[in-house]
Design a protein around this ligand. Sequence first.
Ligand SMILES: [Zn+2]
Length: 298
Amino acid sequence: MATVGVDLGGTKIAAGVLADGRVRARTVRPTPKEGGLAVVEAMAACVRAAIQESGLSGVKAVGVGSPGPLDFERGRVRFAPNIPNLTDFPLREALAEAVGLPVVLENDANAAALAEHHLGAAKDAQSSVYVTVSTGIGGGVVFGDRVWRGAFGQGGEVGHFVVLPHGPVCGCGQSGCLEALASGVAIARDARYAYKREMDTPEVFARWRKGEPKARRIVEQAADYLGLGLASLQRVLDPEVFVLGGGVVLGGGAAYLELVQAAFARYTEGWRAGALRVAALGKEAGWIGAALAAELSG
Ligand SMILES: [Zn+2]
Protein backbone atom coordinates (compact mmCIF):
# COMPACT_ATOMS: atom_id res chain seq x y z
CA MET A 1 0.00 0.00 0.00
CA ALA A 2 1.22 3.51 -0.80
CA THR A 3 0.47 6.47 1.44
CA VAL A 4 1.74 10.01 1.72
CA GLY A 5 3.12 11.35 4.98
CA VAL A 6 3.34 15.05 5.81
CA ASP A 7 5.36 16.46 8.69
CA LEU A 8 4.06 19.92 9.54
CA GLY A 9 6.76 21.91 11.31
CA GLY A 10 7.03 25.52 12.42
CA THR A 11 9.53 26.35 9.66
CA LYS A 12 9.28 23.47 7.17
CA ILE A 13 6.75 21.09 5.68
CA ALA A 14 8.26 17.74 4.70
CA ALA A 15 6.31 15.16 2.74
CA GLY A 16 7.04 11.84 1.13
CA VAL A 17 5.51 8.70 -0.28
CA LEU A 18 5.90 5.41 1.54
CA ALA A 19 5.08 2.18 -0.29
CA ASP A 20 5.42 -1.18 1.48
CA GLY A 21 7.83 0.30 4.00
CA ARG A 22 10.03 1.91 1.36
CA VAL A 23 10.57 5.62 0.74
CA ARG A 24 9.51 6.42 -2.84
CA ALA A 25 9.63 10.21 -2.90
CA ARG A 26 10.50 13.10 -0.65
CA THR A 27 9.81 16.82 -0.84
CA VAL A 28 10.13 19.82 1.45
CA ARG A 29 9.05 23.47 1.40
CA PRO A 30 8.87 26.33 3.88
CA THR A 31 5.86 26.71 6.17
CA PRO A 32 4.02 29.91 5.13
CA LYS A 33 4.48 32.54 7.85
CA GLU A 34 0.84 33.65 7.67
CA GLY A 35 -0.28 30.18 8.83
CA GLY A 36 -3.92 29.10 8.43
CA LEU A 37 -5.16 28.22 4.94
CA ALA A 38 -1.82 29.11 3.34
CA VAL A 39 -0.36 26.20 5.32
CA VAL A 40 -3.03 23.86 3.93
CA GLU A 41 -2.21 25.01 0.39
CA ALA A 42 1.52 24.45 0.94
CA MET A 43 0.85 21.00 2.41
CA ALA A 44 -1.36 20.11 -0.56
CA ALA A 45 1.36 21.25 -2.98
CA CYS A 46 3.87 19.06 -1.11
CA VAL A 47 1.52 16.07 -1.31
CA ARG A 48 0.96 16.51 -5.04
CA ALA A 49 4.69 16.97 -5.71
CA ALA A 50 5.58 13.84 -3.71
CA ILE A 51 2.96 11.72 -5.49
CA GLN A 52 4.15 12.96 -8.87
CA GLU A 53 7.80 12.29 -8.01
CA SER A 54 6.97 8.77 -6.83
CA GLY A 55 5.36 7.90 -10.15
CA LEU A 56 2.75 5.87 -8.23
CA SER A 57 -0.93 6.11 -9.09
CA GLY A 58 -2.55 4.15 -6.27
CA VAL A 59 -1.89 6.38 -3.26
CA LYS A 60 -4.60 5.55 -0.72
CA ALA A 61 -4.43 8.21 1.98
CA VAL A 62 -2.47 11.06 3.50
CA GLY A 63 -1.19 11.09 7.07
CA VAL A 64 -0.27 14.33 8.78
CA GLY A 65 2.05 14.67 11.76
CA SER A 66 0.93 17.91 13.34
CA PRO A 67 2.27 19.96 16.25
CA GLY A 68 0.10 21.11 19.10
CA PRO A 69 -2.68 19.38 20.97
CA LEU A 70 -5.16 17.79 18.56
CA ASP A 71 -8.83 16.98 18.64
CA PHE A 72 -8.58 13.52 17.06
CA GLU A 73 -12.34 12.97 16.83
CA ARG A 74 -13.01 16.15 14.92
CA GLY A 75 -9.69 16.17 13.05
CA ARG A 76 -8.78 19.59 14.35
CA VAL A 77 -5.63 21.25 15.58
CA ARG A 78 -6.51 22.85 18.93
CA PHE A 79 -3.59 25.25 18.58
CA ALA A 80 -0.05 25.10 17.19
CA PRO A 81 2.50 26.94 19.34
CA ASN A 82 4.77 27.85 16.38
CA ILE A 83 2.29 28.33 13.51
CA PRO A 84 -0.23 31.21 13.49
CA ASN A 85 -3.93 30.92 12.63
CA LEU A 86 -4.29 27.22 13.38
CA THR A 87 -6.40 27.58 16.51
CA ASP A 88 -9.31 25.10 16.51
CA PHE A 89 -8.46 24.56 12.84
CA PRO A 90 -10.17 21.77 10.80
CA LEU A 91 -6.91 20.55 9.25
CA ARG A 92 -8.15 17.06 8.36
CA GLU A 93 -11.12 18.29 6.33
CA ALA A 94 -9.31 21.21 4.73
CA LEU A 95 -6.42 19.08 3.48
CA ALA A 96 -8.70 16.21 2.38
CA GLU A 97 -10.66 18.68 0.28
CA ALA A 98 -7.49 20.17 -1.20
CA VAL A 99 -5.91 16.85 -2.24
CA GLY A 100 -8.98 14.66 -2.82
CA LEU A 101 -7.72 11.87 -0.54
CA PRO A 102 -8.67 10.74 2.96
CA VAL A 103 -6.50 12.41 5.61
CA VAL A 104 -5.45 11.00 8.97
CA LEU A 105 -4.25 13.41 11.64
CA GLU A 106 -1.61 12.33 14.14
CA ASN A 107 0.38 14.14 16.79
CA ASP A 108 3.95 14.75 15.51
CA ALA A 109 5.67 12.92 18.38
CA ASN A 110 3.30 9.95 18.00
CA ALA A 111 4.13 9.88 14.28
CA ALA A 112 7.87 9.79 15.00
CA ALA A 113 7.26 7.04 17.57
CA LEU A 114 5.44 4.96 14.95
CA ALA A 115 8.24 5.44 12.42
CA GLU A 116 10.99 4.42 14.84
CA HIS A 117 8.91 1.45 15.99
CA HIS A 118 8.19 0.07 12.52
CA LEU A 119 11.19 1.11 10.46
CA GLY A 120 13.78 2.60 12.82
CA ALA A 121 15.60 1.89 16.07
CA ALA A 122 12.83 -0.33 17.54
CA LYS A 123 11.82 -2.23 14.42
CA ASP A 124 12.53 -5.60 16.07
CA ALA A 125 10.48 -4.76 19.20
CA GLN A 126 6.84 -5.49 20.10
CA SER A 127 6.62 -2.41 22.30
CA SER A 128 8.55 0.82 22.37
CA VAL A 129 8.46 4.26 23.92
CA TYR A 130 9.89 7.11 21.90
CA VAL A 131 11.26 10.12 23.77
CA THR A 132 12.50 13.21 21.99
CA VAL A 133 14.56 15.63 24.08
CA SER A 134 15.04 18.99 22.39
CA THR A 135 13.76 22.42 23.45
CA GLY A 136 10.88 20.48 24.99
CA ILE A 137 10.33 16.79 25.64
CA GLY A 138 7.77 14.80 23.68
CA GLY A 139 7.10 11.17 23.06
CA GLY A 140 4.89 8.37 21.94
CA VAL A 141 4.01 4.89 23.16
CA VAL A 142 3.66 2.04 20.65
CA PHE A 143 2.21 -1.35 21.63
CA GLY A 144 1.95 -4.01 18.92
CA ASP A 145 1.80 -1.84 15.84
CA ARG A 146 -0.33 1.00 17.21
CA VAL A 147 0.29 4.26 19.00
CA TRP A 148 -1.40 4.50 22.38
CA ARG A 149 -3.28 7.80 22.18
CA GLY A 150 -5.12 7.29 25.46
CA ALA A 151 -8.70 8.14 26.32
CA PHE A 152 -8.18 11.89 25.98
CA GLY A 153 -5.42 12.06 23.36
CA GLN A 154 -2.77 12.64 26.03
CA GLY A 155 -1.09 9.24 25.81
CA GLY A 156 2.68 9.42 25.49
CA GLU A 157 3.07 12.94 26.89
CA VAL A 158 6.23 11.81 28.63
CA GLY A 159 7.56 15.37 28.93
CA HIS A 160 4.89 16.10 31.51
CA PHE A 161 5.53 13.12 33.74
CA VAL A 162 6.21 14.74 37.14
CA VAL A 163 9.62 13.79 38.48
CA LEU A 164 10.06 16.51 41.13
CA PRO A 165 7.08 17.74 43.15
CA HIS A 166 7.30 21.53 43.67
CA GLY A 167 10.02 21.67 41.00
CA PRO A 168 10.35 24.35 38.30
CA VAL A 169 7.06 25.56 36.83
CA CYS A 170 6.42 23.97 33.43
CA GLY A 171 4.94 25.50 30.27
CA CYS A 172 1.94 23.19 30.75
CA GLY A 173 1.02 24.87 34.04
CA GLN A 174 2.15 22.03 36.30
CA SER A 175 5.48 21.98 38.09
CA GLY A 176 8.38 19.55 38.22
CA CYS A 177 7.57 17.93 34.87
CA LEU A 178 10.39 16.02 33.16
CA GLU A 179 10.43 18.73 30.48
CA ALA A 180 11.00 21.42 33.12
CA LEU A 181 14.06 19.52 34.40
CA ALA A 182 15.70 17.69 31.49
CA SER A 183 14.88 19.54 28.26
CA GLY A 184 17.18 21.88 26.34
CA VAL A 185 15.28 24.86 27.72
CA ALA A 186 15.72 23.54 31.28
CA ILE A 187 19.47 23.10 30.75
CA ALA A 188 19.77 26.63 29.32
CA ARG A 189 17.69 28.04 32.20
CA ASP A 190 19.92 26.42 34.82
CA ALA A 191 23.02 27.66 32.99
CA ARG A 192 21.65 31.21 32.83
CA TYR A 193 21.18 31.17 36.58
CA ALA A 194 24.54 29.58 37.35
CA TYR A 195 26.62 31.66 34.93
CA LYS A 196 24.60 34.91 35.25
CA ARG A 197 24.27 35.27 31.46
CA GLU A 198 22.45 33.74 28.49
CA MET A 199 23.90 30.36 27.49
CA ASP A 200 22.53 27.88 24.97
CA THR A 201 22.59 24.11 25.34
CA PRO A 202 25.52 23.51 22.92
CA GLU A 203 27.70 25.85 25.00
CA VAL A 204 26.68 24.11 28.22
CA PHE A 205 27.61 20.78 26.64
CA ALA A 206 30.95 22.20 25.45
CA ARG A 207 31.76 23.43 28.98
CA TRP A 208 30.65 20.09 30.43
CA ARG A 209 33.03 18.24 28.07
CA LYS A 210 35.87 20.42 29.36
CA GLY A 211 34.94 19.27 32.85
CA GLU A 212 33.76 22.64 34.12
CA PRO A 213 32.08 21.93 37.49
CA LYS A 214 28.93 24.04 37.04
CA ALA A 215 28.23 22.71 33.54
CA ARG A 216 28.93 19.19 34.75
CA ARG A 217 26.39 19.49 37.53
CA ILE A 218 23.75 20.94 35.18
CA VAL A 219 24.17 18.21 32.53
CA GLU A 220 24.44 15.40 35.10
CA GLN A 221 21.25 16.54 36.83
CA ALA A 222 19.32 16.79 33.57
CA ALA A 223 20.50 13.31 32.49
CA ASP A 224 19.64 11.94 35.93
CA TYR A 225 16.06 13.24 35.72
CA LEU A 226 15.71 11.74 32.25
CA GLY A 227 16.95 8.37 33.56
CA LEU A 228 14.49 8.64 36.45
CA GLY A 229 11.61 9.40 34.08
CA LEU A 230 12.48 6.47 31.82
CA ALA A 231 12.82 4.11 34.79
CA SER A 232 9.38 5.09 36.08
CA LEU A 233 7.93 4.59 32.61
CA GLN A 234 9.59 1.17 32.48
CA ARG A 235 7.58 0.04 35.48
CA VAL A 236 4.29 1.47 34.23
CA LEU A 237 4.46 0.63 30.51
CA ASP A 238 7.27 -1.95 30.50
CA PRO A 239 8.48 -1.39 26.91
CA GLU A 240 11.11 -3.55 25.27
CA VAL A 241 12.89 -0.51 23.90
CA PHE A 242 13.16 3.21 24.60
CA VAL A 243 14.09 5.21 21.51
CA LEU A 244 15.78 8.51 22.35
CA GLY A 245 15.92 11.32 19.83
CA GLY A 246 16.03 15.10 19.62
CA GLY A 247 18.70 17.79 19.65
CA VAL A 248 19.79 17.32 23.28
CA VAL A 249 20.34 13.57 22.82
CA LEU A 250 22.25 14.07 19.57
CA GLY A 251 24.15 17.12 20.87
CA GLY A 252 25.09 15.39 24.11
CA GLY A 253 26.48 12.41 22.22
CA ALA A 254 27.78 9.16 23.69
CA ALA A 255 28.94 10.65 27.00
CA TYR A 256 25.50 12.14 27.71
CA LEU A 257 23.83 8.83 26.81
CA GLU A 258 26.14 7.07 29.25
CA LEU A 259 24.89 9.40 32.00
CA VAL A 260 21.27 8.69 31.07
CA GLN A 261 21.96 4.96 30.90
CA ALA A 262 23.66 5.00 34.31
CA ALA A 263 20.75 6.85 35.91
CA PHE A 264 18.26 4.53 34.20
CA ALA A 265 20.18 1.50 35.52
CA ARG A 266 20.26 2.95 39.03
CA TYR A 267 16.52 3.71 39.09
CA THR A 268 15.59 0.32 37.62
CA GLU A 269 17.84 -1.65 39.98
CA GLY A 270 16.02 -4.82 41.03
CA TRP A 271 13.72 -4.62 37.99
CA ARG A 272 13.94 -5.78 34.41
CA ALA A 273 14.84 -2.93 32.09
CA GLY A 274 14.43 -2.45 28.34
CA ALA A 275 17.11 -1.21 25.98
CA LEU A 276 17.89 2.48 25.45
CA ARG A 277 18.60 3.18 21.79
CA VAL A 278 19.27 6.31 19.78
CA ALA A 279 16.66 7.20 17.15
CA ALA A 280 17.63 5.96 13.69
CA LEU A 281 15.48 8.01 11.33
CA GLY A 282 16.36 11.55 12.41
CA LYS A 283 14.25 14.28 10.81
CA GLU A 284 12.65 11.76 8.42
CA ALA A 285 10.76 10.11 11.29
CA GLY A 286 7.94 12.69 11.26
CA TRP A 287 6.67 12.26 7.72
CA ILE A 288 7.42 8.51 7.59
CA GLY A 289 5.38 8.00 10.77
CA ALA A 290 2.55 10.12 9.38
CA ALA A 291 2.51 7.91 6.27
CA LEU A 292 2.43 4.82 8.52
CA ALA A 293 -0.46 6.32 10.53
CA ALA A 294 -2.40 6.68 7.27
CA GLU A 295 -1.55 3.10 6.28
CA LEU A 296 -2.57 1.68 9.68
CA SER A 297 -5.88 3.54 9.66
CA GLY A 298 -6.93 1.85 6.41
ZN1 LIG B 1 4.54 20.04 32.08
